[in-house]
Write a protein that binds this ligand. Structure first.
Ligand code: AMP
Length: 306
């Protein structure tokens, strides 16, 4: 079973306290697609500009079963570009610039060969664009969305409509607070459930993540990363979502046990993403490496359930 994703493909500039990278491949859809491709075939729908480097395409083509037929190259436009700087506390990031480029234009077309997709992930973009994307997949069995403060503040009515149409929402604790007014992640997630989705996952950074669904609650810890091994946290959230959706699509069922496992897989992939800049770490690992990381994560979190 494949997963279809839409979101940004970005040209990122990343500063960390120890090092920096200019013009590397990033974007929510790139991280998501790379992470999910360890589990199932992935169909990508995104736009880039004429400035998109060939080396970035080569990186994506290096992932097994990552289909780029939905990559819309607009030669007259510019690729989404983002810059971020991490502070000495690597959990803190400031955005240096965001140049939306082709993302401000019409959404990329969905190839006809993708329209039978059953698992749909809506990466971070305007909720009306996310809703428009959903309509292309009448056979969908699971649609999950990501969102961010910008849309909660500027497009709340569209976001609320979207929440009535998706099965799941993934967001972080500050976004959950902004959306619901509840600082407590469980209370916030329960409030979001009332808006429509069947499950809500609230990511709490180094404090792990919680799931609230109509079936009950699940809570998983974060990967206890040694600060010395955290090279670049960019894309951790999108990698988490990729691992989560990849696992769900590979299993084809969504009870609370499978959702809990999916959160663990998401955590395992994200824990690897942050060990190098950009997608460098995901480029070099195999599914076997990921299986080992997952076994390690389960052992240290006392969660050896299958
Ligand atoms: P994360 O670290 O999971 O928040 O993801 C960071 C990635 O998201 C970077 O590679 C950026 O290119 C991309 N990004 C940053 N800002 C936005 C935005 N407003 N919309 C979509 N993607 C973004």
């Amino acid at each position: 079973m494949s997963v279809v994703v839409t979101g940004t493909i970005g040209i990122d500039t990343v500063y960390t306290p120890r090092d920096r990278r200019d013009g590397i491949l990033g974007g929510s859809a790139a991280y998501f697609a790379a992470a999910a491709s360890f589990f199932v075939p992935v169909r990508l729908v995104a736009a880039v500009g004429g400035d998109w480097p060939k080396q970035h395409r080569d990186v994506l083509e290096g992932f097994k079963d990552l289909c780029l037929a939905g990559l819309d190259v607009r030669s007259a436009g510019r690729t989404f570009a983002w810059g971020g700087r991490y502070l000495d506390d690597i959990n803190c990031r400031e955005t240096l610039f965001t140049e939306v480029g082709v993302v401000a234009e019409a959404p990329p077309p969905v190839p006809a060969s993708y329209t039978d997709s059953k698992f749909v992930f809506l990466g971070n973009t305007h909720p009306s664009v996310q809703r428009g994307f959903l309509q292309h997949f009448p056979q969908r069995v699971l649609a999950v969305a990501d969102t961010m403060n910008l849309w909660i503040e500027t497009a709340r009515p569209d976001l609320e409509r979207l929440l009535g149409e998706v099965d799941g929402l993934v967001l972080n604790d500050s976004e959950a607070l902004l959306l619901t007014g509840h600082r407590n992640a469980v209370s916030a997630a329960r409030r979001v459930l009332e808006m429509g989705p069947r499950f809500v996952i609230v990511k709490k950074g180094e404090h792990g993540a919680i799931l609230v669904s109509s079936e009950g609650l699940a809570s998983i810890p974060a990967w206890p990363a040694d600060q010395a091994h955290v090279v670049d946290p960019t894309g951790a959230g999108d990698s988490f979502a990729g691992g989560l959706m990849g696992w769900l699509a590979s299993r084809g069922e969504f009870n609370i046990q499978v959702l809990r496992q999916a959160m663990q897989w998401g955590t395992a992939v994200a824990s690897m993403t942050i060990e190098r800049f950009g997608l460098e770490r995901l480029q070099e690992i195999t599914r076997e490496d990921l299986d080992l990381r997952m076994a390690h994560f389960r052992a240290i979190s006392g969660a050896n359930i299958n």
